[in-house]
Design a protein around this ligand. Structure first.
Ligand code: ZN
Length: 96
């Protein structure tokens, strides 16, 4: 069961033509966003062994423009201005 859920996320992240946020993945796959957040690091690790790379478009603060470091961790607050108005990070799996 766990495997098939992760497999669906993996297939979506390979097939998508643009990087997706966790909320977008959640809406497309009908999988809880918190569950996807927990799966992302394991998916990235497993797929790296198969020759894929997790492309990360980093989060950005919509209030002050702060650019986060690329990370699989989903931030909830800007470290500079403490705003929660964030452009979420986006992900996709690319070969090579
Ligand atoms: Zn900010």
């Amino acid at each position: 069961m766990g495997l098939s859920r992760r497999q669906k996320i993996i297939e979506l992240l390979i097939d998508t033509d643009r990087p997706l946020s966790v909320e977008e993945m959640s809406a497309i796959l009908h999988i809880d966003a918190e569950t996807i957040k927990g799966d992302l690091p394991r998916i990235a690790e497993a797929m790296e062994r198969k020759g894929y790379k997790m492309e990360i478009v980093p989060a950005r603060c919509k209030k002050c423009g702060y650019k986060f470091e690329p990370s699989l961790h989903i931030p909830t607050k800007c470290p500079r201005c403490h705003s929660q108005w964030l452009e979420p990070p986006r992900f996709r799996l690319i070969k090579g």
